[in-house]
Ligand binder design. Structure first.
Ligand code: NAD
Length: 512
């Protein structure tokens, strides 16, 4: 620890690491943090052009080698994730480490084809002799700012395609899970060199990274922080995609299979202690099934209680306890769970009779709890589900799949699932995407390349003719435009060909 409150430890010669201590925010220590962040960004920037100069296939091959090195350390990585987050080792493997293997396999197999230039369709009659392509050019240095709930899977869903597309990457892991991020970047750097960098630290390091002007910012985290980051990016003119909080609802229709639906929703509420952006935080049950379904859901929640880990961070625990106390103050009932005993883990909790201005309905809880409401029919269920500023995911549970799907399409969210919830984060081919207060970000799938690359248009004109729209204008230009319109409207080429003949004559006359 330095006098300024920072510990600065090189992870490897290739990965700069800045660990911010909690000794207060003097100006000297801000300067030191900023200098380290800028050094990481500069190293990434210097390495990026030669990385981008490789073909996508060559980058894929290097990424396959990097995957091997990362996965050889899978046991170490899972242990670090489990230690840092408090999640069971099985969840560290399933939620974080396995996903990394899938990501590398997916992107290195399919990514090069998606990065190939697209041949433009240029109308040959109106614009003869031209050929054009739209290339996907790497943005440059992509800053990846990550939360702590999936400290490996979340950043890697951006880092792998960003690298494949020819970008350099600077990762800023959460201050609560610094070792997972540093370990990963150090392993990647063993194979890829300084094109990957890690900058540890808290929000100040994240803010310094954005202020250092990377070429793109991918932020995953809370809605409040994400908005601040997006505003700074807008001011600096940096593209930013931000994946933010959620308040997912699960709708249980009258024909839902009771036991399976109860098991699935219980998992969706309490998995990872509810610390999933797409965990189920509202359960909306059709009145026709409520008497049978709610006891089954309570039983399913109670059954899993022993397997639910504690909340990862002290601030997160404080938020969840505040939501539970707020529910008590507003006269709500706990169908199961409730406030924990002392320092014990927060039990799986279902809250009933909570007014809509209750914190657990209005704000993201990010804990093992959900608000339950009972409504009669699809319209009321959908209206309740859409009564939120968030729009990440939502699910509809029922036996009539066509009807359930139709209801699911009425949810104002980026993702909807029928008879399941949120598991698609592990599928690299599906975008992870929200709307509203859940952000403008997108992870995974070919669509993510729209964020991680910029289009570059290259057009070559082989024509030797003087263009009809160049000077000098004459009556032929008007004729031509009219006939092009007529051709689109009525089809046929006769008049158009006659005008093109006149144009040729005009071009000959213009030549010396
Ligand atoms: P957070 O917003 O507190 O922090 C996220 C990251 O931002 C951390 O690395 C933090 O150090 C950094 N940061 C903080 N202040 C910053 C600033 N001013 N400038 C730049 N960076 C800054 O979020 P968290 O508590 O780490 O994570 C939980 C949140 O993340 C929840 O809201 C959850 O829903 C959300 N999340 C969303 C998704 C998604 O895909 N939509 C996925 C996982 C988590």
């Amino acid at each position: 620890m330095t006098a300024s409150g920072f510990t600065i430890t090189p992870v490897s010669p290739l990965a700069v690491r800045v660990t911010q201590g909690y000794g207060g925010g003097t100006e000297a220590h801000m300067d030191e943090s900023t200098a380290r962040v800028e050094a990481a960004l500069a190293a990434a920037r210097a390495a990026q052009p030669s990385w981008a100069a490789l073909s996508p296939a060559a980058r894929a091959s290097k990424l396959r080698a990097a995957a091997k090195v990362c996965l050889e350390g899978a046991d170490t990585l899972a242990a670090i994730v489990s230690e840092e987050t408090g999640k069971p080792l099985g969840e560290a493997y399933s939620g974080d480490v396995l996903g990394v293997a899938d990501l590398f396999a997916y992107w290195t197999k399919h990514g090069p084809a998606w990065l190939a230039p697209r041949k433009a369709r240029i109308p040959t009659l109106d614009m003869p002799g031209k050929r054009g392509v739209v290339e996907r050019e790497a943005r440059g240095v992509v800053a990846v700012i990550s939360p702590w709930n999936y400290p490996v899977a979340l950043p890697m869903r951006v880092i792998v395609p960003a690298l494949l597309a020819g970008n350099a990457v600077v990762l800023k892991p959460s201050e609560f899970t610094p070792r997972s991020g540093a370990w990963l970047i150090a392993k990647l750097a063993e194979v890829l060199g300084p094109v990957v960098q890690c900058v540890e630290g808290d929000g100040a390091a994240g803010a310094a990274l954005v202020a250092a002007r990377p070429d793109h910012v991918h932020f995953t985290g809370s809605t409040g922080t994400g908005r601040k980051v997006a505003v700074t990016c807008a001011e600096l003119g940096i593209p930013c995609d931000a994946e933010l909080g959620g308040k997912d609802a699960a709708i249980v229709r009258a024909d839902a299979a009771i036991e399976r639906t109860a098991a699935g929703i219980a998992w969706g509420v309490v998995h990872n202690a509810g610390q999933d952006c797409a965990s189920i935080e509202r359960v909306l049950v059709d009145a026709a099934i409520a008497d049978r379904f709610l006891p089954a859901l309570v039983a399913a929640m109670d059954r899993v209680a022993a397997e639910v880990p504690g909340l990862t961070t002290a601030p997160q625990r404080a938020t969840v306890l505040a939501h539970l106390r707020d529910a008590v103050d507003r006269g709500a009932r706990f169908l199961c769970g409730g406030l924990p005993d002392g320092d014990g883990p927060v039990p799986p909790t279902l809250i009933a009779d909570l007014p809509r201005d209750g914190a657990a309905w209005r704000d993201e809880s990010f804990g093992p709890l959900a608000v339950v409401e009972v409504h009669a029919g699809d319209d009321a269920l959908v209206a309740a589900a859409n009564d939120t500023v968030y729009g990440l995911g939502g699910s509809v549970w029922g036996a009539d799949l066509a009807a359930a799907e139709a209801v699911a399409r009425r949810l104002r969210t980026g993702m909807v699932w029928v008879n399941n919830h949120a598991f698609t984060g592990a599928i690299p081919d599906l975008p992870w995407v929200g709307r509203g207060a859940s952000g403008l970000g997108l992870m995974s799938s070919p669509e993510a390349l729209d964020h991680l690359t910029r289009p570059r248009v290259v057009v070559v004109d082989r024509s030797t003719a003087i263009e009809p729209w160049w000077y000098p204008y004459g009556p032929t230009l008007v004729d031509l435009m009219k006939q092009l319109i007529v051709r689109q409207r009525d089809g046929g080429l006769g008049a158009l060909l006659a005008t093109l003949g006149k144009l040729n004559a005009r071009n000959k006359a213009l030549r010396p």
